[in-house]
Write a protein that binds this ligand. Sequence first.
Ligand code: HEM
Ligand code: HEM
Length: 176
Amino acid sequence: MSIRDNAERYGQVSRWLHWGMALLILWQFLSATAHALLSDTPVEEFLWATHKPLGFLLLILVVIRALWALSNLSSRPASINALAKLGHVGLYGLLFVVPALALLRQYGSGRAFDPFGIPLFAGFEGDEIAWMVEPGNWLHSWLGWLMLVTIVGHIAMVMHHRRRPDQIDVLPRMVR
Ligand code: HEM
Ligand code: HEM
């Protein structure tokens, strides 16, 4: 199988990014769910410790994935309809905005942040920076759950196209 995409199927890089990120995102929502429903339990303590570093990794991966998608734009499988295209672009948008807002909030809070031991922000003394903190406070969690709804819709549409004989089965493009 080729590294790059072609008109019939996604290539190796796109598949690794798609399925690898799908697994990491599943874990990210396990930690978010534990934070929402199991606060102050050992399960939350264990899962929540991974939320910020993994979210940071996902932000880097989505930038790489978007650049890869753009460089393959003229050669990858065509979207089957406008809604599918909109859904995929929407997922990219949420995958960027949700962690970006949280990272901005993290910086503006003045607290140090060193994901995977990388000293990203040293933190600072004094008041937090409101314009950096407020958008994340308002939107990070809501847009995060919206992303989950969109992903469930994405999976449901793949299954819908697969089951109905009058539709194009798109799963082989990403699997076979
Ligand atoms: C794709 C990446 C991410 C997703 C899908 C995501 C998703 C979520 C969701 C759904 C919640 C709500 C949990 C609840 O209702 O209790 C949440 C909360 C939170 N997330 Fe993330 N997150 C991501 C990345 C990040 C990053 C990079 C950081 C920090 C650097 C972060 C920090 C937080 C914090 C502090 C909360 C609790 C406060 C709040 O609800 O806004 N997240 N996240
Ligand atoms: C976290 C979960 C997921 C996210 C964020 C996601 C996101 C995306 C995105 C953005 C695309 C467009 C191609 C690309 O740029 O990579 C895509 C394509 C695709 N996804 Fe997912 N996906 C997820 C999970 C799944 C799952 C569980 C399935 C299997 C049921 C699936 C099946 C597919 C298929 C078959 C395509 C190709 C669709 C086409 O070419 O029309 N995805 N996905």
